[in-house]
Design a protein around this ligand. Structure first.
Ligand SMILES: NC(=O)c1ccc[n+]([C@@H]2O[C@H](COP(=O)([O-])OP(=O)(O)OC[C@H]3O[C@@H](n4cnc5c(N)ncnc54)[C@H](OP(=O)(O)O)[C@@H]3O)[C@@H](O)[C@H]2O)c1
Length: 257
């Protein structure tokens, strides 16, 4: 006798273009899916069409699908919305996250070009860095009923001295990591600014600053992304399995457990 699992944990790619096919195969076997795919956490732009297809498929097979993770999915969006929930007026929001990648997993260090020379970086720069700032920004803007224009920038952070990490030594003049910024503009005013620094040797922290009523300024000592993502994946499973068939997001499901 074969038994079907209640849910599959999917953690292979940031790209919804690639994840879509993989998740669809699991759904066609009548198994729910919880994924870490960044672009599925809150689909934007061209990914909305793929997300709608997955939603239809999940409904047809009576299963639930969602993607979660520390970022996107928590620190730079859901947590910000939790703080925004106590405000009666919001003028501007600033969100920052800094992660010392010298102690983190190799795939993350590689995504952030840690140890690359500037020449190596210039060859790959279009396809590296964190995926999810746009998704986080759109989750915040949509939840606060704000239409905004988004612009993004990525810059390499260069090591000014050799840096020893958990698995290598970064040469002086090579990349210690990346800084990614996003600005969301509403009626020519900055409504939302996001800055993500993923770099060897940086001090870990998360910051939410809301210029509103009441004003909010919250800074943490950082949240370990790998452990936090595993926690979110596990804690959302019962919440997701209680939800209706279809595609869900942290925005519509709320807190896990
Ligand atoms: N939203 C968030 O906050 C968050 C947090 C953490 C991670 N993530 C995302 O979650 C994913 C996993 O993270 P990671 O650090 O574990 O990445 P990783 O080190 O690149 O590992 C990906 C794994 O998926 C496997 N894989 C890729 N394509 C596959 C396929 N078609 N079928 C079966 N296995 C396949 C790879 O196997 P091979 O090595 O054999 O290719 C590898 O073991 C990444 O996309 C990452 O960006 C998101």
């Amino acid at each position: 006798m074969t038994s079907r699992p209640d849910i599959a944990i999917h953690a292979t790619t940031s790209s919804l273009h690639d994840a879509h096919y993989q998740i669809a195969q699991i759904v066609r076997n009548q198994i729910s899916v919880i994924s870490t795919c960044e672009e599925l956490v809150y689909p934007v732009g061209n990914n909305i069409r793929l997300a709608k297809e997955l939603d239809r498929l999940a409904k047809n097979y009576h299963v639930q699908v969602m993607a979660v993770g520390v970022n996107p999915g928590f620190v730079m969006d859901f947590m910000v919305l939790a703080f925004a929930g106590i405000c009666t007026k919001i003028k501007q929001i600033r969100v920052e996250r800094a992660v010392d990648i010298s102690k983190r997993r190799e795939s993350l260090q590689e995504k952030m070009c840690m140890g690359f020379s500037l020449r190596q970086f210039s060859r790959v720069k279009k396809n590296v860095g964190h995926v999810g700032l746009r998704e986080s920004a759109m989750m915040i803007c949509d939840s606060l009923n704000t239409r905004a224009r988004l612009s993004t920038k990525t810059r390499p952070i260069i090591a000014s001295r050799p840096i020893k990490t958990n698995n290598k030594i970064i040469k002086s003049g090579h990349l210690a990591g990346l800084e990614q910024r996003l600005v969301a503009t509403r009626k020519k005013n900055r409504f939302l600014e996001m800055k993500l620094t993923m770099c060897a040797g940086v001090e870990d922290f998360d910051l939410v600053d809301i210029d509103g009523t009441p004003p909010i300024h919250v800074k943490t000592g950082g949240m370990h992304g790998d452990f936090a993502t595993v926690g979110l994946l596990l804690n959302y499973i019962p919440t997701l399995l209680r939800a209706k068939p279809g595609l869900h997001t942290v925005r519509n499901l709320g807190l896990p457990r």
